[in-house]
Design a binder for this molecule. Structure first.
Ligand code: MG
Length: 97
């Protein structure tokens, strides 16, 4: 699967996939907003539909994020930053934040 994502990323190139990443992240924001609204005042069917949309957009964001990490050759840097941020957040929780 990882090689398929690389194939797709190479096929379209960085400039196109940067635009795709913007589009997919925006779609995820909208899907999350709709889920919040559905959880507040929607029917169970509307909540389930909104959850399915979040699943779909999270998948799109995962794929485009993986493409950007590959095309920009920043996979290691991102992993290091993830570790640093998790550690920082754990410290904040420890401090009672
Ligand atoms: Mg999408």
């Amino acid at each position: 699967m990882q090689s398929d994502i690389k194939f797709i990323a190479d096929h379209y190139g960085l400039d196109t996939q940067l635009d795709k990443a913007i589009e997919e992240n925006a779609e995820l924001i909208v899907a999350i907003q709709k889920l919040k609204q559905a959880r507040k005042s929607g029917t169970l069917a509307e909540i389930r539909k909104a959850e399915e949309a979040v699943v779909s957009e999270l998948a799109d964001v995962y794929i485009t994020s993986t493409e950007l990490k590959y095309l920009m050759e920043i996979n290691h840097a991102v992993n290091t930053e993830i570790e640093r941020k998790i550690e920082r957040q754990l410290a904040r929780i420890e401090e009672g934040e």
